[in-house]
Design a protein around this ligand. Structure first.
Ligand code: SAM
Length: 307
């Protein structure tokens, strides 16, 4: 376990589920309850509100229980913002989606992108873990996203747009595959692989595990880029390892360019960028858990013209 000084205390972030409540109304209610000095809008993401870390028992808060607010870390809210702008009638995929925090956020953004009076767009949300999939289904219902999101218990790598017509028109893909989770070590307060290992054998095991994960992540990213009509693909991890982040992007870059994609500057205002492994790494986003008051994170945005 981490010592109390190693453990980080982040602000309590809540995401406003705009399928159920407007941001200003959520702010108003929180200010009324906790006072103006305790409630802040996040300067980068307009659906995220920050409360002091000592606000306890927020799970039981009426707005959380009712699905209007979602307890979701700041970095976890970034990929959906990076995927924008979306057309309100787009078909999207959330490739590895359980428990569905990003899925339900994506649904809220898709609904806002649509014409007033109903969302024409849809999201296919996949996961292959049956237990996590049940949490996804509940979460989608709880957040009021059932009309927009179709959860499917299946392997994203087996989703083949040449065999299933409904996936041929997919224009955006959010890809947040399994990773080492090394960016979340401090907030979870447990030991994972944040370089804390003193035992050589353990370190070797960790390295092999990260390599295996990275090969899987590369496969998923190649697969996402292969969808015939896809224009925007966001790849994200809650890892701080170069192997799962910049190196995964580097490994698909030539193929991505051949397919017409470019790495676009994601979340342009966010100051911390990718490690300079290749030209264009400042288009990538990094979150440093020691400096950014939220879990370690990484994301990349691939964009190409409509086809
Ligand atoms: N995006 C989720 C959220 O924000 O709530 C978290 C996703 S978690 C990092 C990765 C998920 O990918 C896990 O739930 C795991 O079961 C799922 N997964 C792993 N391999 C998969 C595959 N081949 N196809 C679909 N889902 C997969």
């Amino acid at each position: 376990p981490l010592t109390p000084t190693q453990q980080k205390v982040f602000p309590r972030y809540v995401r406003v589920n705009t399928l159920k409540i407007q941001v200003d109304e959520a702010l108003r209610q929180l200010v009324e309850e906790y006072g103006e000095e305790s409630v802040k809008k996040n300067p980068y993401l307009d659906d995220v509100i920050e409360l002091p870390p000592n606000v306890t028992d927020f799970y039981g808060h009426r707005l959380v229980r009712g699905g209007s607010l979602v307890q979701q870390g700041l970095s976890s809210c970034m990929p959906v913002h990076a995927l924008e702008p979306l057309g309100g009638d787009w078909t999207l995929i959330d490739a590895c989606s359980a428990p569905g925090n990003k899925t339900t956020q994506l649904a809220a953004h898709l609904a806002s992108a649509g014409e007033a009076g109903g969302c024409q767009g849809k999201i296919f949300a996949f996961d292959l873990d049956p237990i996590r999939f049940e949490r996804l289904r509940k979460n989608v219902r709880h957040c009021g996203a059932g009309r927009i999101v179709t959860p499917e218990l299946r392997d994203f790598l087996g989703v083949d747009p040449s065999k299933e017509e409904r996936f041929r028109e997919v224009r955006g893909i959010l890809l947040d595959p399994s990773c080492s989770g090394s960016g979340t070590v401090h907030s979870r307060g447990d030991y994972l692989i944040a370089g804390g290992s003193k035992n050589q054998e353990r370190t070797e095991q960790d390295k092999r595990r990260v390599d295996t994960l990275a090969s899987f992540q590369e496969k998923c990213l190649r697969h996402a880029l292969s969808f015939p009509k896809v224009e925007r693909v966001v790849y994200s991890t809650c890892s701080i390892h170069v192997r799962e982040n910049e190196q995964v992007v580097a490994s698909v870059l030539a193929e991505a360019e051949r397919l017409g994609f470019e790495l676009e500057r994601a979340l342009p205002q966010w100051p911390r960028r990718g490690f300079p492994l290749f030209e264009g790494c400042d288009n990538l986003v990094r979150v440093n858990p020691n400096k950014d008051k939220t879990d370690g994170f990484f994301l990349a945005l691939f964009v190409r013209a409509p086809r």
